[in-house]
Design a protein around this ligand. Structure first.
Ligand code: FE2
Length: 434
C-alpha cells in the first residue's frame, strides 16, 4: 500500500515536472530568440537606410562599375560586426548585389522566405550552418538568416536585404538557462515529493496506531459482551436445577446445525448467541414453577409460556443485541404448523434461527434426565423427531439433524461437564472473532 502510493506519486510528480520543464524551457527559448531578432533586425535595417538610398537600387548592377560602386556604398554595412553575409534583391526578386558577383541578375524561384519578405513581412529563422555554408566563420553552429523588406519612403516594398547574422553565444546562453531551469524544477518537485512522503508516512502511522487502539477496544468490548452473556446464562442455569448446562448444549447443537445448513457467519453468530440466551426469560418465572417436580397446572403453564416474551423484552431493553437475534429468542417455542407460542407464527414466518433453536432445544430436553423421566436414547429422540417433522418442527432442520446426529452425540454428549464448559468458552470466542 505504502510502496504503491510512493511509486505512483513519484511517477506523477516526475511526469508533471517533465511537462512543466518542457513548457518553461520552450517558452524561454522562443522568448530569447524573439528578443534577439527584434534587436538585430532594426540595427541592420537602420544601417542600410543610412548608407543606401532608393537610387542605388535603380542602377543596373550588371555592369562591373556599378557593382563596385554599390560594394563601396555598403562597405560600412558589410563590415558590421557579426554580419556574415548580405545580399540585396529588387522588388522582382532578382539579386542586385551579392558578394559573389556572378549571381547578380539571377533570380531564384521557390524561395518562400524571399516571397514573404517581398510582401512586406520580416522573415527570420535560426538555422544550423551546413558545411558548404560554413565558410565565413568556422566553429559557428547557428546563424540568424533574415529577409528584411526595405521601403525607402515608399509604402510598397522597394527591395529586400538577405542577411546572415552571427548569433554569438545566444544558444549557449539558452542551453545554460535551460539547465538551470531544469535543475530548479526537479529540485522543487523532489522537495515536494519528500514533503508528501513525510505527510503520508505520518498520516499512515497515525491511522495504524488508531487501528490498533480500535482493535484493542473492540477486543475488550467483545470480552465484556461475552462475560455478560455468560453471566446471564449462568443466572438462568442457577434458577432451574433440572436444566443445568442446557443453554450451552442448545447453543452447541444450533451451531452444528447452522454449519450443516451453510448459514453465513454473521447469522451463525447471532443464532449461537440467541441459543445461549433463549431461556433468559425464565429469570422472570417463579422458582416454584420452574423447579416443580411434577406436571404444571394450566395456570402455571400459562405463566411458564411467558418466558420467550419476557426474555425478548429484557434483551430489547438492554439495547445491545440486534432485532433479528431478539426475534429468534421470542420465537423459539413457535411451531412449524402455527400452533406454537407466543405469536402463533407459521413456517417461514418463524425466523430460521428460532426454527433451529427449537430443534436443538427439544433434542437436548429429550436427551437429558428429568425427575419424572429418564433420558431418551439418540435413536428414540430421532424417532420422535421423524414423527413431528413438518408439524412441530421445520422438516428441513429435522432432516439436517438426522444427518449430523452422530456428530452431535460425539461433540456435545460424549464430553464431560468440565470439557463441555471449556468448549463453550472457546467456541464462543472463535465465533466472535469470525
Ligand atoms: Fe424455552
Amino acid at each position: 500500500m505504502r510502496r504503491l502510493f510512493l511509486t505512483r506519486s513519484l511517477f506523477w510528480l516526475l511526469f508533471f515536472a517533465f511537462v512543466l520543464g518542457m513548457y518553461v524551457t520552450f517558452s524561454l527559448r522562443m522568448h530569447m530568440l524573439k528578443n534577439h531578432t527584434e534587436t538585430v533586425i532594426p540595427l541592420v535595417r537602420n544601417a542600410i537606410h543610412h548608407h543606401l538610398s532608393a537610387r542605388d537600387f535603380e542602377m543596373p548592377k550588371l555592369m562591373t562599375e556599378d557593382y563596385e560602386r554599390f560594394t563601396l556604398a555598403i562597405r560600412d554595412i558589410s563590415e558590421m560586426p557579426q554580419l556574415l553575409r548580405i545580399k540585396f534583391y529588387d522588388r522582382q526578386g532578382r539579386i542586385i548585389w551579392s558578394d559573389e558577383q556572378k549571381l547578380v541578375g539571377e533570380r531564384f524561384t521557390a524561395n518562400p522566405g524571399l516571397d514573404r519578405a517581398l510582401k512586406g513581412e520580416v522573415v527570420a529563422q535560426y538555422s544550423r550552418l551546413s558545411k558548404e555554408e560554413n565558410i565565413y566563420e568556422t566553429g559557428l553552429s547557428y546563424i540568424l538568416e533574415a529577409y528584411i523588406p526595405l521601403y525607402f519612403g515608399d509604402s510598397e516594398v522597394f527591395a529586400v536585404a538577405e542577411v546572415y547574422y552571427e548569433v554569438g553565444g545566444l544558444f549557449e546562453r539558452i542551453a545554460r538557462t535551460r539547465v538551470g531551469i531544469w535543475f530548479i524544477i526537479l529540485a522543487s518537485f523532489l522537495a515536494l515529493y519528500l514533503l508528501l512522503s513525510k505527510i503520508f508516512f505520518n498520516a499512515s502511522s497515525l491511522i495504524m496506531k488508531q487501528k490498533e487502539d480500535l482493535g484493542r477496544t473492540n477486543q475488550a468490548l467483545k470480552k465484556a459482551y461475552l462475560g455478560t452473556i455468560k453471566a446471564l446464562v449462568s443466572a438462568v442455569d442457577a434458577k432451574d436445577r433440572y436444566t443445568r448446562g442446557h443453554s450451552l448444549r442448545v447453543a452447541q447443537i444450533s451451531v452444528l446445525l447452522t454449519e450443516a445448513l451453510s448459514v453465513d457467519d454473521k447469522t451463525r453468530f447471532e443464532i449461537q448467541q440467541a441459543a445461549l440466551l433463549h431461556d433468559v426469560g425464565k429469570i422472570g418465572i417463579d422458582d416454584v414453577i420452574l423447579n416443580k417436580p411434577g406436571c404444571l397446572s394450566p395456570e402455571e403453564w400459562e405463566i411458564m409460556k411467558k418466558h420467550p416474551v419476557i426474555g425478548a423484552a429484557v434483551l430489547e431493553e438492554a439495547g445491545t443485541l440486534s432485532k433479528d437475534l431478539i426475534n429468534m429468542i421470542r420465537s423459539h417455542h413457535e411451531r412449524f404448523d402455527g400452533n406454537g407460542y407466543p405469536d402463533g407464527l407459521v413456517r417461514d414466518q418463524i425466523p430460521l434461527g428460532a426454527r433451529i433453536i427449537a430443534v436443538a432445544d427439544a433434542y437436548d430436553a429429550m436427551r437429558s434426565e428429568r425427575p419424572y423421566r429418564k433420558a431418551k436414547s439418540p435413536e428414540e429422540v430421532l424417532s420422535e423427531f421423524e414423527t413431528v417433522s413438518g408439524t412441530q418442527f421445520d422438516p428441513m432442520v429435522v432432516e439436517t439433524l438426522l444427518g449430523i446426529a452422530n456428530q452431535i452425540e460425539n461433540i456435545v454428549y460424549a464430553a464431560s461437564d468440565e470439557n463441555t464448559s471449556h468448549q463453550f468458552v472457546s467456541t464462543t470466542a472463535l465465533s466472535t472473532e469470525s
